[in-house]
Design a protein around this ligand. Structure first.
Ligand SMILES: Nc1ncnc2c1ncn2[C@@H]1O[C@H](COP(=O)(O)OP(=O)(O)OP(=O)(O)O)[C@@H](O)[C@H]1O
Ligand SMILES: [Mg+2]
Length: 218
């Protein structure tokens, strides 16, 4: 069998002010996997995603991504270019004045030419039905609009893998459907979705883990 894209082995993690959040956690994500993760508030789901992206470093255990052990900040640069994280809070994701600038930021930062970036921005705007909102101020969007624009910023990076932290929380039925349809319309997409919504996980994933006592259980 091919090597996993993401492999976490025996990960432990504690915040300075809290007890241990992850405690001997193991996780493997293979190309084409559609994995769901659920679990109580505060059980460490967001922490797990932040460890994969290198935003937090484990106390012990091994993080192997795209076949390489990742430890230092520079090891995660490639990870952040190839794996897209939709953050739980859209205010952590949007920081440019306008929607189109927020969406263009990632691909420009990857060094893509302006013409290509313009095309990418247009494509994701159409894909997520954000037409007409290009010049809106990101800070003044509604929560659901911020959520969709955040997803647009992630997709504009054309990542090989998506980590989606509560992608549909607080969304209306139509916006929820847009996200479900997107996830179900891409053959071979690799992603991991954190959600409390078990019916969402049933619709868009093939396997669901639960995080309990710092570990992932089937
Ligand atoms: N920056 C931080 N400093 C201290 N403790 C933190 C920090 N971030 C998270 N925690 C604590 O770590 C635990 C796990 O948090 P985490 O955000 O990973 O949970 P979660 O499973 O994503 O929860 P939710 O379902 O509410 O999003 C919680 O008890 C939380 O209070
Ligand atoms: Mg969370």
């Amino acid at each position: 069998m091919a090597e996993p894209i993401v492999e976490l082995e025996d990960i432990t993690f504690a915040y300075p002010s809290t007890g241990r959040v992850l405690d001997g956690l193991n996780f493997k994500l293979y190309l084409g996997d559609r994995i769901g993760i659920s679990g109580p508030n505060g059980s460490g789901k967001t922490t797990l995603f932040h460890i994969i992206m290198g935003l937090l470093r484990p106390e012990s255990g091994t993080v192997r991504i795209f076949g390489r052990t990742r430890k230092k900040e520079e090891d995660f640069r490639e990870v952040r270019e190839r794996i897209g994280l939709l953050m739980q809070d859209p205010d952590d994701q949007l920081f440019c004045p306008t929607v189109e600038e927020d969406i263009a930021f990632g691909p420009l930062n990857l060094g893509k030419p302006r013409d290509e970036v313009r095309r990418i921005v247009q494509d994701v705007i159409e894909l997520l039905g954000l037409e007409g909102k290009e010049r809106r101020f990101s800070y003044a969007l509604s929560y659901g609009e911020k959520r969709l624009v955040s997803l647009a910023t992630v997709l504009a990076m054309q990542p090989e893998v998506l980590l989606l932290d509560e992608p549909t929380a607080g969304l209306d039925e139509e916006t929820y459907r847009k996200i479900v349809n997107f996830l179900n319309s891409r053959d071979g997409l690799t992603y991991c979705v954190v959600s409390h919504d078990l019916s969402l996980l049933e619709e868009v994933t093939d396997k669901v883990y639960r995080i309990m006592n710092g570990k992932l259980m089937c």
